[in-house]
Design a protein around this ligand. Sequence first.
Ligand SMILES: [Zn+2]
Length: 99
Amino acid sequence: MERTEVTPYNREHYKVESVDKSGFYTYVPKKAYSELQAQQMCFFINMKPETIHKIVCYKCKICGQWHLGHHSGKVMDNEEKEKVKRQYQKWKVVHGFIK
Ligand SMILES: [Zn+2]
């Protein structure tokens, strides 16, 4: 995978791959999705029983594609997961996955 040295303002496109002992960060580009793929991935991850922190998808200003990232500290409890399940059912109808 391509390795790029970038400053943290590019964080929406890159993720930290590693930090060495001198504090030097190595970044790799985040996985890019189409809008629908990204939304579906978000639903899948947020509905998983083991998911604790909410995932969100967003359009990247750098590459124009969609990435997944963590919502700022939002915790997925059972109530939140039920909400996501209902949103996913609606989403599937809206996008023609269910007629
Ligand atoms: Zn990007």
